[in-house]
Design a binder for this molecule. Sequence first.
Ligand SMILES: [Zn+2]
Length: 289
Amino acid sequence: MRFIDAHIHLSDPEYASKISEIVEEARRSSVIALVSNSMNLETSLRSLRLAEEHSGLVYAALGIHPWNIKDLANNELEQTLNLITQQRTRPDKVVAVGEIGLDPQHAKKRELKESQLRVFQEMLRAAEKASLPVIVHSRWTAPRIFGILPSYNLRAVLFHWFSSPIELLPQLVERGYYISEGPPSVFSPRIREIIEETPITSLLTETDGPVRYWGQPFKDKTTTPAFIPRVVQAIAEIKKMNEAEVAEQVLNNFTNFFKVSPRPSASDKRHGEMQHKYHDRINVNENRN
Ligand SMILES: [Zn+2]
């Protein structure tokens, strides 16, 4: 099986000293593509560097997160917008504008609310110009964002970790938007309900690492792409499909959404075969017990 992590913050400082471990763990777990999301200019540059260093495995999403509006430096918005414009000719490296959106919890004052909205609109415009998909943070704000999006001619939209309101889901799907869900697919009744209601053709998998999870079996563990196979297993349970079918469909969705076709490198292939042998052996042993 081959897996994808459509939303991880590989550019987060918490991962800085662990990149080679994370990448190695992704390969070992047959996760063949990671989209490194960004929070601001600095992490956008880092995502881009990671996409260059781990070409064919890591892809970059560039942008300014709604939590970072209050810390924006002079010209940071402009420079991030320029970066997006410059990179649009490199579809094998930069695959989206993200993570962008609105979050009232991080903009209590009116002024801040206004700049959050302005930055979001600028990011949408940049995505439109660069013909890149957007990855949206919509906590508490999905209906509002849903109302804003049609003003832009966007190539594709991903509502990452979509959690509410569930009534909006049919309309999101109808418009061709995608939903990505992560480890809460295993332990959160609400997220499981959302997965149940979302067609498998509109679903992507994510970890949102380094976010840590409170539910088992992820509790107190560093979040890595190695969590993805467990997420796929949960989706298969909910959808009453087999895991390989889910993994393959999610990979297809990834290709359709980001317009990249991740392929395992020669060494990944070898690794995959070894993994299979290893699993076969485990299965044999399990059957004996
Ligand atoms: Zn995120």
